[in-house]
Design a protein around this ligand. Structure first.
Ligand code: AMP
Ligand code: MG
Length: 359
């Protein structure tokens, strides 16, 4: 069990895209230059499509690297850096980690800071109490939660160079950001191999590179978070990148992993670190779009915790500071809120929903 990386596809590639990938336009080129690699890592199915010379070697290198990252970040593999940190029985004693782990921890802590702790990579003890780190779900009582919440505080993670120290009882988990970071690294590896067209799908955490081989934009379906019998889209984002540039699209929502308690209450896997309870606000899902996969992943979780109003406020105040990101929020009331940067690239297919632009 790799713990917290589990997430069922949040974004699905539309039928249109699949057709585009395997059939029409440039079939000859695809036959000679397409490589597809599917594998299981970080508790999810990953699919890498790359086009061009060297694509076979490129996707193979991506798979190897992602499996290495999983070994570093797994919360259950006793040899992982995160496991060593979490089970450092002399807590307070720093644990030396690799550069990539240091960087992703620092990035996550920075987003924790900017979001007032909506993202908190130390929420793991609370998550465990709910059973989201294993398979036996339960509803912890208020006393247990308030005791565990004392262990949750990103400000108590001390990073000095490559050394990280936690306080006694604290645990760190990169589940909310790991796949985003992995998608950035995957895109980089593909580019190093000269790949200018690729679609990286890490369990619904999407990174697009360049354009489709026929030079049209990638069409990425945004999943209907309220639909549980299979998958359905509420709309499609068309992504056009310059050159071999990339755009990530990452969605968070409590529909991805949840359980229903005996009283019928549904509890999801994203926890509000302020209360210790699974998020229950006006949102069904939060999607973030930007060139930076790690940013998208960290922010999608955080914006889902914040709810639509605070998320819109955060976007207005921080989008420029974070080099620009866009957002698509689906509310329980049947609203779709999109930031103005994607108003031209998003097309709503579920016309029962009410589309509004945030600016
Ligand atoms: P994501 O699917 O990227 O939104 O990440 C959700 C995962 O992050 C969960 O399965 C937990 O492992 C972890 N998590 C849940 N709530 C939080 C939170 N508020 N801050 C950081 N990580 C969280
Ligand atoms: Mg996330």
């Amino acid at each position: 069990m790799i713990g917290m990386f589990k997430k069922i596809s949040a974004l699905i590639i539309t039928a249109a895209l699949c057709a585009g990938l395997s059939g029409c336009g440039g079939a000859e080129y695809l036959a000679s230059g397409e490589a597809v690699r599917t594998f299981y890592a970080m508790n999810t199915v990953m699919i890498i499509n790359a086009y061009g010379k060297n694509s076979e070697q490129a996707v193979s290198d991506v798979q190897d690297r992602i499996l290495e990252l999983e070994k570093l970040w797994s919360v259950t593999d006793e040899n992982s850096e995160i496991y060593r940190l979490d089970h450092n029985y002399d807590h307070g004693q720093a644990v030396e980690v690799s550069d990539v782990t240091r960087d992703v921890v620092n990035f996550a802590l920075d987003i924790s800071n900017r979001t007032g702790g909506a993202l908190d990579p130390t929420v793991y003890p609370v998550l465990s109490a709910w059973g989201f780190t294993g398979d036996e779900y339960r509803v912890p009582d208020a006393d247990e939660l308030s005791r565990l919440l004392k262990l949750v505080n990103y400000q108590n993670v001390k990073v000095t160079g490559n050394k990280i120290a936690l306080e006694p009882g604290m645990m760190l988990d990169l589940g909310a950001a790991a796949k985003g970071c992995a998608s950035d690294i995957a895109a980089e590896i593909l580019r190093e191999h000269g790949i200018g067209s690729a679609l990286i799908n890490l369990g619904g955490n999407i990174m697009t590179v360049g354009t489709k081989p026929d030079n049209t934009g990638w069409r990425i379906g945004v999943k209907d978070p309220g639909y549980h019998e299979g998958e359905k889209n509420i709309g499609v984002l068309t992504i056009n990148n310059n050159g071999s540039g990339g755009t990530a699209i990452v969605t968070s929502g409590n529909y991805e992993r949840f359980f229903t308690a005996v009283d019928g209450t549904v509890y999801g896997h994203i926890i509000d670190p302020k209360t210790g309870y699974p998020v229950d606000n006006d949102l069904l899902s939060a999607t973030i779009i930007s060139p930076n996969g790690l940013l998208c992943d960290a922010l999608s979780t955080a914006m889902f915790v914040l709810g639509s109003e605070k998320a819109a406020e955060f976007w207005r105040e921080n989008s420029n500071k974070l080099k620009g990101f866009d957002m698509l929020l689906i509310t329980k009331a049947g609203g779709v809120l999109i930031t103005d940067g994607i108003s031209d690239s998003f097309s709503l297919t579920d016309k029962t929903l009410d589309l509004r632009v945030i600016n």
